[in-house]
Design a protein around this ligand. Structure first.
Ligand SMILES: *[C@@H]1O[C@H](CO)[C@@H](O)[C@H](O)[C@H]1NC(C)=O
Ligand SMILES: *[C@@H]1O[C@H](CO)[C@@H](O)[C@H](O)[C@H]1NC(C)=O
Ligand SMILES: *[C@@H]1O[C@H](CO)[C@@H](O)[C@H](O)[C@H]1NC(C)=O
Length: 281
C-alpha cells in the first residue's frame, strides 16, 4: 500500500467512527423490489439483499418514499469475476422521465485485470439533462468487501463519498447559471448490462450469474410524505442541512483533491456548456 492509500485508509476509519446509521433496519421497512423479483434474494434476516443478473433478467429495488434532502448511504459489494459490461447502481431519481432529476453512482464492471479495472462513474441529471459523467478508479477492490457509498444532498451542495472520502462535489450554482437537482427523489439500486460501459465489449456470460450485495437499509433523509419539500431544506430540522455541510472542511478538501489528482479517469467538465463546472473544483 502506498502512502496515499494508507492516508485514505486512516481517513476513512476516522470518519467511519462518526458514521451514524443503523445497519439492522430490515429491507422491507424502507424498500421494496422493483423488477426481476425472482432475481432478488433477501439474506441475513433482511439486512442484506442480493441482486442477480443473468441472460434472462437483471433486478432492482427502490425506496417506498421520496426524499427532499439527506445523507443517503448504502454498503455495496459489487459482482466478482469478469463483469465486463455489467452495471451495478445506487441512485436517486425523481418522477417524470423527460424532466427528471437524478444523482447516480454506477459501477462499471471490470475483469480483474489491470487494463480493465472497475470504474466508479457518477452522474447528475437536472430537469432531464444529464451528460455530467465523471469516472474514477477505486483504491481498493470493490468486489472483495462491502464499502460505504454516500450521497449528501442539501440546499448548498451534492457530494459523493466513498468510505466517507469525498470523490465529487456539485455545488448549487443556480445563481451563476448552473442547474441543480431540486425534485423529490426515490432511492434505487439495480443491476443490468450496457456495452456503453465497456467500450462495446460484451458481457461474458460464462461467469453468470452476477451478484451484487447491498446492506444498510436505514435512511437518513427528509421524506416528502411526512414533510413538505420546503421543510426538507430546513437547517434546524435536519443536521445534513447545517452549515458544516455547506462545503467540505479542510481535511475533506485535501482528501478530495488527492482523489481527483490520483484516481480521476474522466470528467465531463472538459466539455463546453456546463456553467457549474467552474464552481466545483
Ligand atoms: C480483460 O480486459 C482486457 C482489456 O480488454 C484484456 O486485455 C484482458 O485480456 C482481459 N483479461 C481477462 C482475464 O479476461
Ligand atoms: C439553490 O440556491 C438558490 C440560491 O442561490 C436557492 O434559491 C435554491 O433554493 C437552492 N436550490 C436548492 C435545491 O436548494
Ligand atoms: C469469459 O470467462 C471465462 C471464465 O472466466 C474465461 O475463460 C474466458 O476467457 C472469458 N472470455 C473472454 C472473451 O474474456
Amino acid at each position: 500500500m502506498d502512502s496515499f492509500a494508507s492516508f485514505l485508509l486512516v481517513f476513512s476509519l476516522l470518519f467511519s467512527l462518526l458514521a451514524n446509521g443503523n445497519y439492522d433496519v430490515p429491507f422491507q421497512q424502507n424498500y421494496n423490489p422493483l423488477w426481476g423479483y425472482d432475481h432478488t434474494k433477501v439474506l441475513d434476516e433482511s439486512r442484506e439483499i442480493q441482486l442477480t443478473l443473468d441472460q434472462y433478467s437483471g433486478s432492482g429495488f427502490q425506496s417506498w418514499q421520496k426524499y427532499g434532502s439527506g445523507w443517503f448511504n448504502m454498503r455495496i459489494k459489487t459482482p466478482q469475476k469478469d463483469s465486463t459490461a455489467v452495471i451495478t447502481t445506487f441512485y436517486l431519481q425523481s418522477d417524470a422521465q423527460g424532466h427528471r432529476d437524478e444523482i447516480d453512482f454506477e459501477f462499471l464492471g471490470g475483469n480483474g485485470s489491470k487494463d480493465h479495472p472497475y470504474l466508479l462513474q457518477t452522474n447528475i441529471y437536472t430537469n432531464g439533462r444529464g451528460g455530467r459523467e465523471q469516472g474514477i478508479f477505486l483504491w481498493f477492490d470493490p468486489t472483495a468487501d462491502f464499502h460505504d457509498y454516500t450521497i449528501l444532498w442539501n440546499h448548498y451542495q451534492t457530494v459523493f463519498f466513498v468510505d466517507r472520502i469525498p470523490i465529487r462535489v456539485f455545488k448549487n450554482a443556480t445563481k451563476y447559471g448552473g442547474a441543480y437537482p431540486t425534485k423529490a427523489m426515490n432511492i434505487f439500486a439495480t443491476i443490468w448490462t450496457g456495452t456503453w460501459a465497456s467500450h462495446g465489449m460484451p458481457v461474458n456470460w460464462t461467469d453468470a450469474p452476477f451478484e451484487a450485495h447491498y446492506r444498510g437499509f436505514d435512511i437518513t433523509a427528509c421524506n416528502t410524505h411526512d414533510n413538505n419539500e420546503q421543510d426538507c431544506l430546513s437547517n434546524s430540522k435536519f443536521w445534513w442541512n447545517q452549515k458544516q455541510y455547506w462545503s467540505l472542511n479542510s481535511d475533506q478538501q485535501e482528501a478530495y483533491e488527492n482523489v481527483r489528482s490520483k484516481y480521476l479517469y474522466y470528467d465531463y467538465c472538459t466539455k463546453p456548456n456546463y456553467p457549474e463546472c467552474k464552481y466545483n473544483q
